[in-house]
Design a binder for this molecule. Structure first.
Ligand code: PLP
Length: 356
């Protein structure tokens, strides 16, 4: 597959093969850490708000807390970063259709990106029982996507979407499809590069919500690139946050597994608040688990109630309108404090999207 970047499959090795999750070429480092002014769509995405929290940092309490707010990407989430990178590949390879499953956010991002690249057909597969806000459906329709509601779970929707990609010769933009991990890690690595540009160093900890895990793995990949390029002297400890209602990355980490293990489909419970995070199979679960282990990080699960409460606090204390999934980072951080003892070090919470 012809990636818009120069990363190759050989650059990425999972821990099943080696102790290091990512082997990175010097060329990749040099190019990714430079400004990519020549890529036109890079101006449309990223460069998102980065701010230091005072009010919530005092409430938690935490020595230094920074908020990286992905909600000001074009369709409101970090997914715009990968959707544009993936759609560019599909366009270059002359596909006339592109497809993915989604809980709503990736569907909105992919429809927007495919429309930007003038890919004639976009097909989004959504589990019929999901609680999609009307604004999400409108956004997909305005960008000429065809929405297909399917029986079953998110994983079933991925299965149908991939099957239809094969039958119709559409580009398969589902996580786990061939070549997708390379493109996604590079696109999300820019979140780390932007954090580094704002802070001029690597933070001690990065908290990131996980569903399939791709975002966290990409951010870790970005920090590794910076470290290998001697731009930073350390790599942050990655903290995966997710819902208590079921996520294999959290469960596998907590049960000290080195190899990701699927949950059983009846172990998960999808709700309005947790849909981007809960699944029985995390498509990029292994590389994410590797990132947690390699960075000496950890995983925290929180209740829906805590996520919703933390989203409310982010609005009242910091003026940020975030999706409850994003607020799992803050909910997890407050779980780490005991007896009001201040959390030492610098923490970045990646707020993956705005509330729609
Ligand atoms: C707002 C939001 N946050 C976090 C995630 C989880 O991202 P990932 O699947 O890369 O772990 C998603 C996934 O859809 C999302 O929409």
């Amino acid at each position: 597959m012809d990636s818009p970047f120069s990363i190759k499959s050989e650059d990425i090795v999972t821990s099943a093969d080696t102790s290091s999750i990512l082997r990175i070429s010097a060329k990749t480092i040099a190019r990714l850490t430079e400004d990519q002014k020549h890529v036109k769509w890079h101006k449309m995405v990223g460069h998102t708000t980065f701010t230091e929290s005072r009010n919530l940092a005092n409430m938690i309490p935490c020595e230094r807390l920074y908020l990286k707010f992905e909600g000001n990407n074009p369709t409101g989430t970090q997914k715009d970063r990968i959707a544009l990178a993936i759609s560019e590949v599909a366009k270059k390879e002359s596909y006339v259709g592109i497809t993915s499953a989604s809980c709503g956010n990736f569907g909105a991002a992919l429809s927007y990106a495919a429309n930007y690249f003038k890919i004639p057909e976009t097909h989004i597969y959504i589990p019929k029982d999901y609680h999609l806000p009307k604004s999400r459906v409108n956004m997909m329709e305005q960008n000429n996507a065809q929405i297909h509601y399917v029986d079953g779970t998110y994983e079933d929707a991925v299965f149908y979407s991939s099957l239809m990609a094969r039958e119709n010769n559409w580009f398969d933009a589902n996580p786990g499809a061939p070549g997708l991990l390379e493109i996604s890690l590079e696109a999300y690595a820019h979140i780390a590069i932007e954090i580094f540009r704002s802070l001029r160093r690597a933070p001690d900890y990065v908290l990131c919500p996980v569903g399939n895990g791709t975002t966290l793995a990409g951010i870790y990949f970005g920090f590794k690139l910076l470290y290998e390029a001697n731009k930073t002297t350390s790599v942050p400890r990655m903290i995966a946050t997710s819902t208590r209602c079921g996520n294999p990355i959290i469960k596998s980490f907590k049960s000290k597994r080195r190899e990701i293990r699927d949950l059983s489909p009846d172990e998960i419970k999808e709700t309005r608040a947790n849909e981007p995070l809960t699944n029985w199979h995390s498509f990029d679960g292994q590389v994410t688990l590797d990132a947690l282990n390699e960075s000496n990080g950890f995983a925290e699960e929180v209740s829906d109630t805590k996520m919703v409460e933390s989203a409310r606090l982010l609005k009242s204390e910091e003026g940020l309108n975030v999706h409850p999934a994003s607020a799992s980072t803050l909910a997890a951080l407050s779980n780490l404090t005991k007896n009001n003892v201040i959390l030492k070090g610098s923490y970045v919470a990646v707020l993956t999207g705005r509330d729609m």
